[in-house]
Design a protein around this ligand. Sequence first.
Ligand SMILES: NC(=O)C1=CN([C@@H]2O[C@H](COP(=O)(O)OP(=O)(O)OC[C@H]3O[C@@H](n4cnc5c(N)ncnc54)[C@H](OP(=O)(O)O)[C@@H]3O)[C@@H](O)[C@H]2O)C=CC1
Ligand SMILES: N[C@@H](CC(=O)OP(=O)(O)O)C(=O)O
Length: 349
Amino acid sequence: MKESKIPVAVLGATGSVGQRFVELLANHPWFEVVELCASDRSAGKKYKDAVNWIMATPIPPQFENMIVKKCETGLMARVLFSGLDSSVAGDIEKMYAEDGCIVISNARNHRFDKDVPLIIPEINYEHLELIKSQKYKGAIVTNPNCSTIGMALALKPLMDNFGIETVNVTTLQAISGAGYPGLSGLDIMDNVVPYIGGEEEKMETEPLKIFGKLKDDSIEYADIKISAQCNRVAVLDGHTENIQIKLKTKAEPKDIIEAWNNFRSAPQELNLPSAPEKPIVYLEQANYPQPRIHRNLGGGMSISVGRLRECSLFDYKFVALSHNTIRGAAGGTILIAELMKAKGYFDEL
Ligand SMILES: NC(=O)C1=CN([C@@H]2O[C@H](COP(=O)(O)OP(=O)(O)OC[C@H]3O[C@@H](n4cnc5c(N)ncnc54)[C@H](OP(=O)(O)O)[C@@H]3O)[C@@H](O)[C@H]2O)C=CC1
Ligand SMILES: N[C@@H](CC(=O)OP(=O)(O)O)C(=O)O
């Protein structure tokens, strides 16, 4: 008999990350969206009337007339994807976890709670065990910051093979990262804004938890020094990152490229529906990667890397690119849910 799909809900379904969830989950083989939730401004309306749809594909027909719900307890779904605004995500996600739901969130609010895992499925899936020490009836699991995800994926194979001492990164981040309506056209057209509130701090601290070791019921943070400078640029989707690294052991460029190209992890081994065949794609052409051309590699779930060269200050420098609302947000979060299902975390729902 065909196994039935797991009913799920999207919190913040009208936002830019929420819309990405709706788009990516529309034909998901394991999950079925049965509820769309947002603020009181949207609740009670048909989804098509509440949302200002900004995806490139039309609203999936099954959601057009679905009535948007308030973020209140009593949902049918027990697995919730959160794209809530961070001004409200903290309390709402906690309310649902206390009510017995498993909340997988894009918002920053709970990322540094001691018992909340901060997961990139290819890097630290074993941290999911932390949820067993949570006091909630359900659980909260978080997805890292979008810029952090691209950088951490690029660093992972280098960390495993050569060790990393220091990282210096300068980002060129897409406008979609600021949500909708986000920045005014007058601010971003013909311009670069050299400040994204809180972003540099997140890039400097989140990787320490992600690359940390699970010890008993907490994470022992990794010992890497990271310095970040973050800029908003006039690109729609796709965060570009210029990264410099100092390694712990010597490596030749070909060893580094081989480590990137050969990198595979649990999502690939488990053949999860959203897992890209290659999480990291190295591009040889000197003027690659570029957001408009490469952000959708692997359905937006692969990161692309290029321009590896020696650095006179560090050991090497290179460029990494990732889709900020797919791998960096909704897609990354869906991959966490797939991994949780495959590893049995949803068995008792
Ligand atoms: N954009 C990106 O690339 C990334 C974003 N994130 C995080 O994901 C989250 C969403 O970001 P984004 O989609 O860009 O933001 P948007 O501003 O586009 O969307 C916010 C969503 O939150 C809902 N909301 C706001 N206030 C309330 C409330 N009081 N009660 C219930 N729902 C509410 C909105 O509903 P309504 O329409 O009804 O107001 C909307 O659905 C944020 O926490 C952000 O930091 C994470 C990684 C990347
Ligand atoms: N700050 C990110 C998006 C974001 O909302 O990040 P976070 O989930 O860490 O708050 C960007 O501007 O591109």
